[in-house]
Design a protein. Structure first.
Length: 318
């Protein structure tokens, strides 16, 4: 294997390491509360939302989604007013709205309300980037499998070619959320140290059009092809970091993509993780998300894709 792969075992498929789901509030406080706090959700709003939710299904129903969708709409209206007045804080206001839309469509945009929230998150995140509220720029391009969309840290414009780190989310973490989470920490320190960050949706999620399969490496290779044309990117120095389910590709990509020189698997599944028993530990909403991401309709289809993913990475490690 040409790349150095660091394995950080912090769960099977994102929230899978959280254990049984008998107590929904304990589950979310352990798994998602820290995530949403880091995203910048208002603490009082988050506490009130959790205090009025008592069952696992209520964390995903239309009442929960509408609560977050309505707050996103309120904040977006403020952003629109600020933009119309040429107020420099409009970009940050759009970013604030995007945070609430992102939680609204979690873990994936399956219902009509969640689809509305997903489209709103794309719209407000794009505006946030355009107006300087989010420190990334979009790159949209045609690829053999369809139109692909990524975001990258803003160019410094000094003519220097820099190494690039691709960061891929997992089953429920899309590039817009990654941009908001990373811009104040990894993005800031990374760019200041001469690294370009490129955030991507895992196949089957967000704006990545094809269902997740063992051929998903083709999307990442197409992205690398496109990045080679960026004037400030050194295409001979490419790293990859996969978060949660996206960590699978940190192991798989170096097996088939020699341009990846270093990779980090942050909590991604490998071989034994792809069992129905492990998927059975997840709330039904996450199982439904996996079905949608893999483009299958039942547990047997899920098992088939999972077996293929496990075999691909296992054969590559042999």
């Amino acid at each position: 294997m040409r790349a150095f792969v660091l394995l950080l075992s912090m769960g099977l498929v994102g929230c899978a390491g959280a254990g049984p789901t008998h107590d929904p509030k304990a589950f979310f406080q352990r798994v998602d509360l820290p995530r949403w706090q880091r995203l910048g959700i208002d603490a009082t709003f988050l506490t009130q939302a959790l205090d009025t939710t008592h069952s696992m299904s209520e964390f995903f129903d239309d009442v929960w989604v509408k609560r977050w969708l309505d707050e996103g709409k309120r904040l977006e209206a403020i952003a629109v007013t600020l933009e119309a007045a040429n107020d420099p804080s409009a970009g940050k206001a759009y970013a604030d709205a995007a945070r609430y839309y992102i939680v609204a469509h979690y873990p994936n945009p399956k219902t009509p309300l969640k689809k509305e929230a997903f489209e709103a998150s794309l719209r407000t995140a794009s505006k946030g980037m355009e107006l300087g509220g989010i420190a990334f720029d979009p790159i949209d391009f045609a690829a053999p499998m369809g139109q692909l969309h990524v975001v990258r840290s803003k160019p410094l414009g000094d003519g220097v070619k820099r190494p690039v780190i691709l960061v891929s989310g997992g089953l429920d973490g899309y590039k817009e959320e990654l941009a908001l989470l990373l811009q104040g920490s990894l993005a800031g320190s990374g760019v200041s140290n001469g690294v370009v960050l490129v955030l991507v949706d895992m196949p089957g999620t967000g704006q990545n059009p094809r269902p997740l399969s063992s051929k998903g490496n083709e999307e990442y290779s197409a992205i690398i092809d496109r990045l080679a044309s960026e004037p400030d990117i050194d295409s001979t120095r490419i790293g990859f970091m996969g978060l949660s389910f996206g960590g699978y590709w940190a192991v798989r990509l170096p097996q088939v993509e020699p341009r990846i020189k270093a990779a980090v698997n942050f909590g991604g599944p490998m071989t034994k993780a792809f069992t129905l028993g492990n998927f059975g530990r997840l709330p039904d909403a996450f199982v439904q998300a996996a079905l949608q991401v893999m483009g299958v309709t039942n547990i047997f289809g899920l098992a088939g894709v999972s077996d293929s993913l496990a075999k691909s990475v296992s054969d590559g490690l042999a």
